[in-house]
Design a protein. Structure first.
Length: 216
C-alpha cells in the first residue's frame, strides 16, 4: 500500500467503506482461488464468501477480470521490500542472515500460503485467458519494475553488475513459484525446503546483502 503523507488527505467515510468492501471481496477471492482454483472461482462464490451483496461487489468490480487484477495487485504488495526494510536489514546483516534464510522466509511467509497459491492460479490462467492477461499484465510489469528497484536497495552483486542481481532474483521468484507445481510430483513434505536450501547454495556466491543505510 502507498504510504500517506501530509499532502495526501485521509480517505473520507465513503472512500473508506469502498476500500473496506474491495479488501473484503479480494480476501474472499483469495480464499476461493486457494480452495477451488480459478475456473471454479465465480463472482457468485466470491460474493457469498465475502458476505456482500451482488450490487456492492459489482459496483467495485465490473468483471471477474477486474477483480482478479486488483486481487493480484494486493497479493504482490507484501513481496515488496522497499526503504522501510532498512532497519530490518540492519538487524539481519548483524546476525549474518544467509541467502538460504531469505529464500526460506519468502517461501514460508509469502509463497507457501493461500495468497501465494492464489497468485499461481491467476498467473497460470492468464497464459491462455486473453481477457485476464490483458488486465493483469500491466500490474505485473509495474510490479516487476518496482521490485527490481527494491531488490537493488537490499542486494548487490559479488563480482558483477546490478543487472546480475535483478536477473538472479527474477530466477529466484520463478523457482519459488514453480515449487507449487513440483509438489504434485513428490510425497516428501520436506521436499520444498530441501530444494530451496540446495538452490540457495547455488545462488549465494553471486550476491550479498548491502550494508544498511545510516539512520536519517
Amino acid at each position: 500500500m502507498t504510504e500517506r503523507t501530509s499532502s495526501n488527505p485521509p480517505p473520507n467515510r465513503q472512500e473508506q467503506r469502498s476500500e473496506d468492501t474491495r479488501r473484503r471481496v479480494c480476501d474472499a477471492a483469495v480464499s476461493c482461488l486457494d480452495d477451488m482454483g480459478y475456473s471454479e472461482t465465480s463472482i457468485q462464490r466470491v460474493q457469498e464468501r465475502a458476505e456482500v451483496s451482488r450490487g456492492a461487489l459489482m459496483h467495485q468490480f465490473a468483471t471477474k477480470e477486474d477483480l482478479m487484477a486488483d486481487t493480484l495487485s494486493r497479493l504482490l504488495a507484501p513481496t515488496r521490500t522497499g526503504k522501510s526494510q532498512n532497519a530490518a536489514r540492519r538487524n539481519t546483516v548483524a546476525r549474518g542472515v544467509s541467502m538460504e534464510n531469505d529464500l526460506l522466509s519468502l517461501w514460508s511467509k509469502v509463497v507457501d500460503r493461500p495468497e501465494g497459491r492464489a497468485m499461481v492460479e491467476i498467473l497460470v490462467t492468464a497464459r491462455t485467458d486473453k481477457k485476464l492477461r490483458d488486465k493483469v499484465e500491466p500490474v505485473l510489469k509495474k510490479y516487476n519494475d518496482d521490485i527490481n528497484q527494491d531488490i537493488l536497495r537490499v542486494y548487490q552483486s559479488t563480482n558483477g553488475t546490478d543487472e546480475d542481481v535483478v536477473e538472479l532474483w527474477a530466477i529466484c521468484r520463478v523457482f519459488l513459484r514453480s515449487l507449487h507445481l513440483q509438489e504434485r510430483f513428490t510425497s516428501d513434505p520436506e521436499a520444498a525446503q530441501k530444494m530451496i536450501s540446495r538452490f540457495a547454495k547455488l545462488v549465494a556466491p553471486h550476491m550479498r546483502r548491502r550494508q544498511p543505510e545510516p539512520d536519517q
